[in-house]
Design a protein around this ligand. Structure first.
Ligand code: ZN
Ligand code: ZN
Length: 437
């Protein structure tokens, strides 16, 4: 029986894999202009990092993480034994905790240093029920900025995110940017109590999940998609009415910078994002088509307490992540085609087998000179070699037969212009160079 990819995972076949590369390169290019540098962290971390960083009560940590256990440790567990805390590993469900852990571990933001601006791209893992726009392994690109709490860091990250989406081809008209402030450790606890009291008043109208949430994290009730709950939450107290003076000023400054940059946004006081670590600015970009309820293509926020949670010194931070697969769905819905990344500058066609050796040498010579070059490897007829050249989108085809070889030439055909000319074998590379420049 054939074995398929695991449930909730998918292969990026060459066209999409090429687009993923393009996506990452575009991110590196756009974010690089804002000073962000790449970082690569392991796909698995100690489970404790996510418990402390993301929050034990979150769905992500309590239900959705994949645990990674070595075969030896699995045997130990099945035999009723235990394993060391540092051997309890989980596949990363998101990128922020690992990057913040690396910043703390390597002291990338010593006292008085400029902020560390880091970007990553790679797979994340969540053991969720697979559905459209939601997979168990999915690709994300994200950034983290540690060491600065100025509102200009928040604003430039949001601007940079929108610039990236536009650059990668998602039309501005099919996206909406939502922003909110979640307050800080000074003003949020009181607000959280207000929401908890409000949930208790409306207990009979709320679903069970929301009532459980009321105990652990009442703000999560804003994320409930059930109609009854959503209606109740419309009337709930709004965080923006309960911010302390510092948070109100910080939020106003972020919005003023966005206004100044001409970035369109909507304030959404119910936007709380799913993770515990956010403080102050949070934001989310939603695509208007193609994604149904999983319509967030990117988002993030400030997390000024996270570095301490994972054992570092107090270090303000801000980051965002965006989902590759959801962006692909948004691009498809907007009717944008992937740019065709494969190119073939030259196809060398053989009239018969006697010239294959010389053709092979010509192909290598052209590749070494920097041209994407291909030939037939399956003894096809000349006619079907032309079909193959067509399929590869070859810009030029060089025909080599015994007569050409005797003369020391190839017949070089320009596939777009429908012209052909005899070119000396040793001049093919030069001719390609002239034609392409
Ligand atoms: Zn505050
Ligand atoms: Zn609910």
């Amino acid at each position: 029986m054939a074995i398929n990819a695991p449930e909730g995972t998918r292969d990026l076949l060459p066209d999409e894999a090429l687009f993923w590369n393009h996506f990452k390169q575009t991110a590196a290019e756009v974010f690089g202009r804002y000073g962000y540098l790449p970082i690569e962290t392991p796909v698995m971390e100690q489970t404790e990092l996510f418990v402390r960083g993301i929050g034990e009560a979150t769905d992500v940590v309590s239900k959705e993480m994949f645990t990674a256990v070595s075969g030896e440790n699995l045997k130990r567990l099945l035999d009723g034994g235990t394993i060391k805390a540092k051997s309890r590993l989980s596949l990363r469900p998101e990128g922020t905790a690992g990057v913040v852990r690396a910043v703390v571990q390597h002291d990338l933001v010593p006292q008085g240093a400029a902020p560390a601006k880091l970007m990553y791209a790679g797979p994340m893992f969540r053991a969720e029920r697979p559905q459209k726009g939601r997979q168990r392994q999915f690709n994300q690109v994200g950034v983290e900025c540690l060491g600065a709490e100025a509102p200009s860091i928040d604003a430039e990250a949001i601007i940079m995110l929108m610039r990236f989406f536009e650059k990668v081809g998602i039309p501005a008209s099919s996206m909406e940017l939502l922003v909110n402030s979640m307050g800080c450790e000074k003003c949020r606890p009181a607000y959280r109590e207000l929401v908890r009291a409000y949930l208790e008043e409306h207990a009979d109208e709320l679903c069970e999940t929301c009532m459980t949430r009321a105990e652990i994290n009442p703000l999560r009730a804003f994320d409930c998609k059930k109609e009854g709950c959503a209606a109740v939450m419309e009337g709930a107290p709004k965080i923006t009415d309960h911010l302390c003076d510092d948070c109100r000023q910080h939020y106003a400054d972020v919005l003023a910078l966005l206004d100044g940059a001409g970035v369109a946004y909507a304030e959404d006081p119910t936007l709380v994002r799913g993770l515990d670590y956010y403080t102050r600015t949070v934001f989310e970009v939603q695509a208007s088509d193609g994604l149904g309820s999983q319509n967030a293509i990117g988002g993030g926020g400030r997390y000024d307490k996270l570095a301490e949670e994972v054992g570092g010194r107090p270090t303000p931070g801000l980051g965002f992540a965006l989902g590759f697969e959801r962006c692909v769905l948004a691009l498809e819905a907007a009717g944008v085609e992937f740019p065709k990344a494969q190119r073939c500058d030259l196809f060398v066609a053989c009239v018969d087998d006697s010239v294959r050796g010389r053709a092979f040498a010509l192909v290598q010579e052209c590749r070494d000179a920097g041209f994407a070059t291909e030939m037939d490897h399956q003894k096809r007829s000349l006619k079907s070699q032309f079909k193959l050249a067509d399929k590869l989108g070859a810009a030029r085809v060089a025909v080599l037969g015994p007569d050409e070889l005797a003369e020391g030439v190839v017949t070089l055909r320009d596939m777009a212009a429908h012209t052909e000319a005899k070119v000396r074998l040793e001049e093919v590379v030069g001719e390609l160079g002239r034609a392409i420049l």
